[in-house]
Design a protein around this ligand. Structure first.
Ligand SMILES: [Zn+2]
Length: 193
């Protein structure tokens, strides 16, 4: 009987921390990212091993169905979200022209780029500030805005990147995952964090 109780106690001692970690995974992830941000500020040398260890994706929602946020039953997601501290520099990932800067109830401050190929359009959403104006030409790596948490359709500071083919609007949005993966620095081509 005593052995059995011991076994149950050991079992619980193992399970409780395990479930705690699983339950708090998102906050823990964000905490690690914050630590990483501080680390990046103080450590300006080459990549250390620990920096590479923490150098994971900031993606929180991908294209299609919302996984973590609840914006109603049929809410579809037309881009990819990246968790970023407010006022993180956002970079253009293409040669193109800034064709519109506007405020949207859900998307907040939005910056629109027409790619130089003429057939693709990009939206950068929930921004705090613009660093370019309409009509400016941009090149990859150029800082175009500061990220933020503007607009209703957000549950925390992040950048929403959307890419549209053949027209402008959600109906023209495609999954930008492959496009982002082939960029020189992947999703890090979009921001300096
Ligand atoms: Zn989004």
């Amino acid at each position: 009987m005593k052995n059995r109780i011991n076994a149950i106690v050991i079992f619980l001692l193992f399970l409780i921390p395990l479930f705690t970690v699983i339950y708090y995974f998102e906050p823990i992830k964000h905490w690690i990212e914050d630590v990483n941000e501080k680390y990046a500020v103080t450590e300006t040398g080459q990549d250390s091993e620990s920096q590479q260890f923490f150098n994971f994706s900031r993606e929180t929602e991908n294209f299609g169905e919302y996984e973590r946020s609840d914006f109603g039953n049929n809410a579809k997601h037309y881009g990819i979200d990246y968790h970023l501290a407010e006022d993180t520099p956002v970079k253009a990932v293409t040669h193109g022209t800034v064709t519109r800067l506007f405020d949207n109830e859900f998307g907040g401050k939005v910056l629109q780029i027409t790619e130089s190929n003429g057939n693709y359009y990009q939206w950068y959403m929930h921004l705090n500030d613009y660093k370019v104006k309409e009509g400016d030409t941009v090149k990859p790596g150029q800082v175009i805005a500061l990220s933020g948490n503007t607009g209703k359709q957000t549950t925390g500071p992040h950048l929403h990147f959307q890419r549209m083919q053949g027209g402008i609007g959600n109906d023209y949005a495609e999954d930008p995952n492959n496009y982002i993966e082939q960029l020189p620095e992947g999703e890090r081509s979009l921001y300096d964090a």
